[in-house]
Design a protein around this ligand. Sequence first.
Ligand code: G3P
Length: 221
Amino acid sequence: MKIFLDTADIREIREAHSWGILDGVTTNPSLVAKEGKDFLDVVREICALVQGPVSAEVVSTTTDEMIREGKDIMRRVGAPNVVIKIPMIREGLRAIRALSSEGIRVNTTLIFTAPQALLAAKAGASFVSPFIGRLDDISHLGMDIVRDIRAIFDNYDFKCEILAASIRNPLHVVDAARLGADIATMPFSVLEAIIKHPLTDIGLQRFLKDWEKLPQQMRKG
Ligand code: G3P
C-alpha cells in the first residue's frame, strides 16, 4: 500500500520524504488555508520535493469553472505529478469526464458511499477518496465502504485507485491495508504514531545499556 501525507505543511512533507517512505501528498482547501501561503506556490513547492502524485483541489462548484480551474492549476504549477481534486457532486462528474479525457488525473474527493466511488471511476477518475474518519465520526463504519469499493473495482477491473482519506489513527491504516486500499493518506501525526512503540523504545534502551557492559576492547566486532 502506498503512503501519502495529508498536509500542506512543507516541513512535515520534507521530513517524511527524508525517511524514504513517502509516495505522494494530498492537500485540501482547509489544509492550504492553515499554511497562510499562496496556494499555487505551496503546490509547486510540494511537487518539486515529491515525485509521486500531489493532489490540489478546485474550489469552484460549476462544471465549467471546475474544468477551467483544474486546467489552470495544471498549467500554472507546471509539474507532471499534479492531480486535480474534484468533489463528488453532479457538476463534478462532468468535470471528471472532461479533465480525464484530456489526460489530466483526477482524485474524486468527499466520497462517503461505494456507489459514489463507482460513478467517479466510471467518469474517469484516477483516484477516489473515501473519507473514513468523518464516517466514523457519525457512527458509520468508514472502512465498510473501502471493502465495498475494493470488491466493486475488482469485479469490473476499474483501474481507479482507492485512496483511503480522513485517516485518524494507525488502526485506520492497518484496516485500509488489510482491505486492499491502494493508498492511505494521513496526517503527519498518524505517520509518527505508527513509528512509535513504547516497547521499541524500552527495548532499544535495554540493548544499549547491556552493550555498555561489554568491555571496550570487545565491542569492535
Ligand atoms: O484531505 C481529505 C481528508 O483526508 C480530510 O481529513 O481529517 O479533515 O476528515 P479530515
